[in-house]
Design a protein around this ligand. Structure first.
Ligand code: GLC
Length: 653
């Protein structure tokens, strides 16, 4: 039974739509064109906004925050340019745009790809050649001067990094991309701001309001209590999770580098600030926000302070704000966490379909590398088959490489299920990809070796990790051909999994590790710069010459993108199911779809392999076609025969 006061509160509390209309009235905009649609959306997503807020805050604080967010919605919507409102209407008719098989992603630093934002616009043709429909430009907002973690230490969310151009250039680029069928993603760094951000500057100057934007402690007692259960993200160059700051006269929570100050998301002011920033960026024409380091937003004593349920409440509220005011905006969660937690970022239980639309599939990435090193796909299958289904309206962002290192997130229980030890396998993978194993094909570097846990992560470009660098070093042509096939096999898994495949800049040209970062004082201490090369446009010019390395690899990824676009069975509403075959070296990924089943087979080894044809399921061999254009594998004695590193997408003719 609800208490009488609660009943009164429930019946008298205004809904989000009423709050929005009241805010529009105050702004003199309650009769503007499009208000009906806005209010319809407020009725549709208002309950989400409320549910998100009330998952984190209680009583009057929650009521107040709901009202403030409704105000943010109203002002954000008033400021939304008409072409973007038109885009909203279009996207609402195609809410699955990012799930469609013809979605192909490309990820680059604007400066490293093309110098400036207008430079990026000049290379739209190149992106189109690759079938790109989604472009993620790595951090481009104004960072702090000096070291800034590749832009992940933001000093101003409303300005573009000077060297790249201006906000007006960003708007212009977004519009050029839209005209070319490409959606724009940028990073929204939510967990922390730069020590030089005006909020942090005000906190350092002693402003109580802004001190409460951060997690500050007068002495070590509370930090020490937290540290007992906190992991370290950068044990080598930023050990610990707290930094003493003389100006603040206290310890600041700094999960990442000492100049990246974690925000206090328990403060409703912080929530409002980011709701406002979200709409500000959406109104510049950004289509997707990559929610950087989102797993870390909420801290809880006695835990690792990652993946706390409040994170999902906060995402739900922010997403509802965007859905109402700028519904073409989607969210992509960057949560590099274990399999059990990962799916929660797309929504599990009460949050299903109410949080991020996209999330990085970190497990798939790690498992592909593991399968290539071991020539064994069983661990991949074991790890992925345990994944709960994701909401049908969401999609994975699949990838082989990105601007970050590879953390060997192999679950101990998964490893045990194939008879391996988790710690030993993780140690094996970091040694292997370092190139520190007698028969390793890789050339990587160890990143953030943690003496305490023995963990060591890996830096390196895809081409260097699959063996291209080694083959070129020794000048061995068959070895190079093998490395190219290995890269094709890996990228075919990424492109064939459904969701958005993210091609990381340079992989399409088989760019090797770039060690020039060692001569740049700002980057020399961070080995991730080894795989953040500058685009060599002279090498890119060889991309149409099939006799060159660049030409071969470019054609491989271009073709994967083109084929994927033609296959309805790759729509992300349907799950990919990796399944064991009769041979550990052969991975099968099965997609059951109303448009027809698709069975993908990947030989993760350099030898010929066979596997029982039963894996074809409902498909009949006589009617098979390989959509990737290779010959359909022949059958001998009930076994499919697959050449080295075969990658084949089989469907009915
Ligand atoms: C994300 C970024 C990484 C950065 C970190 C802190 O993980 O991908 O590059 O160092 O967040 O912002």
């Amino acid at each position: 039974m609800l208490h009488n006061d609660a009943v009164t509160a429930l019946t008298t509390r205004p809904g989000v739509d009423s709050l929005v209309i009241a805010a529009l009235r105050r702004a003199g905009a309650s009769t503007s064109v499009g208000v009906d649609e806005l209010l319809a959306r407020a009725r549709r997503w208002g309950p989400d906004l409320e549910a998100g807020v009330r998952a984190v805050f209680d009583g009057p604080a929650a009521d107040d925050l709901v009202a403030r967010l409704a105000e943010v919605v109203a002002t954000g919507w008033i400021a939304r340019p008409e072409p973007l409102r038109a885009r909203d209407r279009e996207r609402l008719l195609t809410p699955d745009w990012f799930q469609r098989p013809d979605t192909v992603g490309y990820v680059a630093y604007a400066d490293r790809f093309a110098g400036t934002l207008s430079g990026v616009a000049e290379h739209v043709g190149y992106l189109r050649e690759l079938g790109t429909t989604y472009l993620h430009l790595l951090p481009l907002l104004q960072p702090r001067p000096g070291a800034n973690d590749g832009g992940y230490a933001v000093a101003d969310y409303r300005e573009v990094r000077e060297a790249l151009g201006s906000m007006a250039d960003l708007e212009k680029l977004a519009s050029t991309l839209h005209d070319n069928g490409i959606a724009l993603t940028i990073d929204l760094v939510l967990n922390h701001v730069a020590r030089e951000h005006p909020w942090a500057a005000a906190a350092r100057a002693g402003d109580a309001r802004y001190r409460d934007y951060f997690l500050l402690f007068p002495d070590r007692s509370v930090p020490d209590a937290y540290e007992r259960t906190l992991p370290e993200v950068f044990p080598e160059f930023a050990p610990g999770n707290f930094t003493w700051d003389d100006e603040v006269d206290g310890w600041v929570w700094t999960t990442f580098n000492d100049y990246q100050w974690d925000l206090n998301w328990a403060n409703p002011d912080v929530v409002c600030e980011f709701a406002d920033i979200t709409l500000f960026l959406a109104n510049r024409g950004v289509d997707c926000l990559r929610l950087d380091a989102i797993a870390f937003l909420w801290k809880r004593m006695g835990t690792d302070s990652q993946n706390q349920v409040e994170v999902h409440g906060l995402t739900r509220a922010l997403r509802a704000v965007a859905r109402i005011a700028a519904p073409s905006l989607v969210f992509k969660a960057e949560a590099i966490v274990g399999p059990a937690q990962l799916v929660q970022y797309l929504g599990a239980g009460d949050y299903a379909g109410h949080v991020s639309d996209l999330a990085y599939h970190n497990s798939l990435m790690v498992q592909i590398w593991s399968a290539l090193a071991t020539r064994d796909s069983r661990l991949l299958v074991r790890a992925l088959e345990k994944f709960p289904p994701k909401p049908t309206t969401t999609a994975w962002a699949t990838y082989l490489r990105c601007h970050d290192d590879i953390g060997w997130a192999i679950d101990d229980a998964d490893a045990a299920s194939v008879g391996w030890s988790g710690p030993a396998h993780r140690a094996f993978l970091s040694r292997w990809y370092l190139g520190d194993a007698p028969d390793s094909f890789a050339r990587g570097a160890a990143f953030q070796v943690n003496e305490a846990t023995g963990d060591s992560r890996t830096s390196g470009s895809a081409a260097s990790l699959v063996g291209v660098e080694q083959a070129l070093e020794v000048g061995d042509v068959p070895m190079l051909e093998r490395a190219i096939l290995r890269l094709r096999c890996a990228y075919a898994i990424v492109y064939g999994f459904s969701g958005i495949p993210l091609l990381y800049m340079g992989d399409e040209l088989a760019l090797r590790n770039d060690r020039s970062y060692l001569n740049e004082p700002e980057h020399a201490g961070d080995k991730r710069w080894m795989h953040r090369p500058r685009m060599p446009w002279d090498a890119a010019a060889r991309r149409h010459d099939a006799t060159t390395l660049e030409g071969k690899v470019f054609e491989i990824v271009r073709h994967l993108g083109a084929v994927r676009g033609s296959l309805p069975a790759l729509h992300a509403a349907v799950e990919s199911a990796p399944v064991l075959t009769s041979n550990a070296a052969v991975l099968a990924v099965v997609r059951r779809h109303a448009a027809g089943d698709l069975v993908q087979l990947y030989n993760v080894s350099e030898d010929w392999q066979r596997c029982a044809a039963g894996v074809l399921g409902t498909l009949r061999w006589r009617e098979l076609v390989d959509h990737l254009g290779d010959d359909v594998p022949r059958i001998e004695d009930g076994q499919l025969v697959l050449p080295p590193y075969a990658a084949t997408w089989l469907g009915a003719r």
